[in-house]
Ligand binder design. Structure first.
Ligand code: CA
Length: 531
């Protein structure tokens, strides 16, 4: 071991020890358990602790983490889609370094270092239960029990340590049950890492049957931008394919019944949806009325999915308390990214804009985090791996790109905490035709470069003046100095984060761009040909 190597690894340990002293942690010497509850596409607008003006839903389970811990208001993901976000959580790295760029043709290389492997080697018992979505099998886990691919909502097949199994029931309840089962039978001589990862509320937002009609047909408040006309911005926001008006399918609208339901479940499903669907068909809605109907159906289903997740969180917190584990368990709730709940007329994610850039993030850590605290710093899922290693007193590899949240959780934001954030989305053109873009985000501004297809163009958003991000200020002379400063900051971040000048072609997925010939074959690995 070289001196430099030793020094790099010693520094985070020293930092962790300092923080312990500052926070006056009561369990000196006891390494905390880590419960990471992760959902898929959960918008912060759909957590009552975030106090969204629409007041869409009450989430008393998740809100307990805000009441008893810390709520982060600006937690960001570096690439707002499922697989890439999961790869970032595991590695603490951007996608250009962990190799998982998109959901089309990326595969997680299980040989690369992850915080999970490090925790396991460091004496933790490790498990992942639920959605995985990284194509290759989980590595570094003592126990894994995952959904294949995206998974399905009703009676889902799952894979337990390599063995295919079929489960009866609703996916969110099953993941909660399996997580609690694992906690009950775990090796109690070791601290644990449990990653309980929900499929919900991913599209197509199918609720638990007990939650059908939970809203008693009361209308949900619409977002102010439901009928965004995409004026004052470039072509990207118009060229997308993710609107309630054009992209929402009959399956999304529950106008057809999922084949995975058994006869008994199907009867409950049909008893709720069939009469409402008949009424909808008879009304023959068009234009804005149709969009409004779709929005209401979307909110009923999406928010119903959240209700099951929230009940699951409450059950897990109850278990920790009943077992006396609540005192020495760091509990983190996050989603793989944010989501549009009708803002700009959209569902889905992908954009650098606020609703998709941000993930909900709440953390409860007794002895470190003050109950009811709120943090407004720019934090990221890049920071999770470092935070968990720091909590476990393990060295943080120098090539990880985030930073431990421990000082923030202890109420002490370091003076040199990040003031800007680098974002990069790749997958194009399908699904959803959101153009590849990169950008820099600060407290107030977003400078965005839509760089493909063709020549591309820049945009500047000012959240202070335009919180809904409806106007591009890039060519406004009043912002000329800001644009120059942000371009410098973007260049600085690209260098610091080792971003290549050009992404590899496969970063965008398998499909040809519009300016490429449609007959072009996806890139394939060349095999040696014998001559
Ligand atoms: Ca997702």
């Amino acid at each position: 071991m070289t001196t430099l190597f030793r020094l790099l690894f010693a520094l985070p340990l020293f930092a962790a020890a300092t923080d312990v002293a500052v926070a006056a942690e009561p369990q000196t010497g006891a390494r905390p358990n880590i419960l990471f509850i992760f959902s898929d596409d959960h918008a912060y607008q759909a957590i009552s602790a975030y106090n969204d003006p629409r007041k869409l839903i009450e989430t008393p389970g998740i809100d307990r983490l805000a009441k008893e811990g810390m709520l982060f208001t600006r937690a960001m993901v570096p690439n707002s889609i499922c697989g890439p976000s999961r790869a970032t959580v595991l590695t603490g790295k951007y996608n250009h370094l962990n190799g998982f760029y998109n959901n089309s043709n990326s595969r997680f290389d299980p040989a690369q270092p992850t915080f999970v492997k490090q925790l396991k080697a460091g004496g933790y018992q490790t498990a992942v239960i639920g959605k995985w979505h990284l194509i290759s099998e989980p590595a570094g886990f003592d126990h894994w029990h995952i959904l294949p691919g995206q998974g399905i909502y009703y009676n889902p097949p799952m894979i337990k340590n390599g063995e295919r199994l079929k489960h009866e029931g609703y996916v969110t309840d099953i993941i909660t049950d399996l997580s609690l089962d694992w906690l009950k039978q775990r090796d109690k001589s070791k601290p644990f890492l449990l990653m309980a990862q929900h499929k919900a509320p991913h599209r197509e937002w199918s609720p638990a049957l007990r939650h059908l009609g939970w809203d008693k047909d009361k209308p949900h408040a619409e977002p102010a931008t439901l009928f965004d006309d995409y004026a004052n911005r470039g072509v990207a926001v118009r060229d997308q394919d993710m609107t309630l008006a054009k992209t929402f399918t009959p399956l999304d609208a529950k106008l057809s019944t999922p084949g995975s339901l058994n006869a008994e479940q199907r009867a409950v499903w049909d008893a709720y949806y069939a009469p409402r669907n008949q009424k909808f068909a008879a009304a023959n809605l068009t234009g804005k009325d149709l969009v409004r109907w779709r929005y209401q159906r979307y909110m009923h289903d999406y928010l119903a999915c959240i209700k099951a997740v929230d009940e699951g969180v409450a059950r897990m917190l109850d278990y920790l308390k009943a077992e006396g584990l609540d005192k020495n368990t760091l509990v983190v709730y996050a989603a793989d990214q944010g989501f549009y709940l009708g803002e700009h007329g959209w569902f889905d994610k992908r954009w650098i804009f606020e609703e998709s850039l941000r993930t909900p993030l709440l953390a409860r850590w007794p002895g470190v985090t003050k109950a009811g605290s709120v943090n407004h710093e720019i934090v990221s899922n890049l920071d999770f791996a470092e935070t968990f290693l720091d909590a476990a007193g393990l060295p943080i590899p120098a090539d990880m790109q985030g930073r431990s949240l421990r000082p923030l959780l202890a109420g002490q934001t370091p003076a040199d905490w990040r003031k800007s954030f680098y974002y990069h989305y790749y997958e194009y053109p399908e699904p959803h035709r959101v153009r590849p873009h990169e950008g820099v985000v600060t407290d107030r501004f977003k400078l965005v470069h839509f760089y493909k297809p063709a020549a591309g163009y820049w945009e500047l958003y000012d959240r202070q003046k335009d919180p809904q991000e409806l106007r591009d200020f890039y060519n406004d002379p009043a912002y000329a100095k800001t644009v120059v400063e942000l371009k410098h900051e973007l260049a600085r971040l690209r260098t610091e984060l080792k971003v290549p000048a050009e992404p590899p072609r496969e970063a965008f997925g398998n499909q040809p761009f519009d300016n490429e010939p449609r007959t072009k074959q996806p890139p394939v690995k060349k095999k040696a040909v014998k001559k």
